[in-house]
Design a protein around this ligand. Structure first.
Ligand code: ADP
Length: 261
């Protein structure tokens, strides 16, 4: 039988079905309807999170711009407010860039250009980039990587992965602690581990930290400049390389992220 579903274009051919098969089909439709409902809720939650995240820096920008414009605001305060406006604009543009990257990843319109990357110089170059920020936090970084290791990765995308993990290790640690990056081969796979001695992640939060916009401590991480998108981007990029990422963490002891390629 041919059943017209909606005006014009869409029609489907259904084979003749027995009673059991109709029952199965009914079940399948129920499951599908349930999945669609879940997807719809997820999309709404995602949109609500995005508008919240965009609104927060904008509220600061507008609020401080209003006070800075007032005639009775003294120059010293004006400079302070301009500084906040600048910081919030930087956060906003970072967030928009991350959202754009995520959208591109979702529609698979980004390409992974794998090369056989020599890992020691690759990690040394990344560490040079993050060194000034670590120095400012009085933190040190140790790299353990053999000379002869190579991995088939997109160096540009993977640099983003490692920098996101190092940024987190720095943000969620106290001064005078260490970050250790160890790169090694085990059972034919390359491991890239980023270990810190920071505040750690409570066990109940661990399953959710790779979700978009998920943050363990919302107010604290916002003041540190976090958007809650970093780890979801990391996971998506690692999986796009056919790899996996694991996390082990103990509160007040530290966290280890292990990428396996
Ligand atoms: P954010 O931009 O908030 O850092 P992420 O997606 O990178 O977002 O991380 C999600 C949350 O996981 C963070 O808000 C933080 O609570 C927690 N987290 C991530 N990395 C670490 C770490 N190395 N140590 C402690 N907590 C971490």
């Amino acid at each position: 039988a041919t059943k017209r579903i909606s005006k014009g274009e869409l029609s489907v051919s259904l084979p003749k079905l027995g009673k059991d098969e109709i029952g199965d089909l009914g079940e399948a439709i129920k499951v599908l309807a349930n999945d669609l409902e879940i997807l719809k809720n997820e999309r709404n939650e995602f949109l609500a999170s995005i508008s919240h995240e965009l609104r927060t820096p904008l509220t600061y920008i507008k609020g401080y711009a209003d006070i800075a414009r007032r005639e009775d605001t003294i120059k010293e305060d004006k400079d302070k407010y301009l500084e906040i406006i600048h910081e919030e604009s930087v956060k906003l543009s970072k967030l928009i860039k991350e959202l754009f990257n995520l959208a591109k990843m979702d529609e698979n319109s980004f390409s992974i250009e794998k090369e056989n990357v020599h890992l020691l110089p690759f990690f040394q170059a990344i560490i040079e980039k993050v060194a000034p920020a670590l120095k400012e936090n009085e933190m040190s970084l140790v790299l353990e990587c053999a000379e002869n290791l190579y991995a088939p990765i997109d160096p540009v995308r993977f640099e983003q992965v490692i920098i996101n993990l190092l940024e987190n290790a720095r943000k969620y640690s106290e001064p005078n602690t260490n970050i250790t990056v160890s790169v090694f081969e085990s059972e034919g796979k390359i491991h890239m581990k980023v270990q810190d001695e920071g505040k750690g992640i409570p066990t109940e939060d661990l399953p959710r930290i790779f979700e978009r916009f998920y943050r363990v401590d919302k107010s604290r991480t916002r003041s540190l400049g976090g958007s809650g998108l970093g780890l979801s981007i990391v996971k998506q990029l690692v999986e796009a390389h056919g790899g996996t990422i694991e996390v082990i963490s103990s509160p007040n002891v530290g966290t280890i992220f292990d990428i396996i390629i």
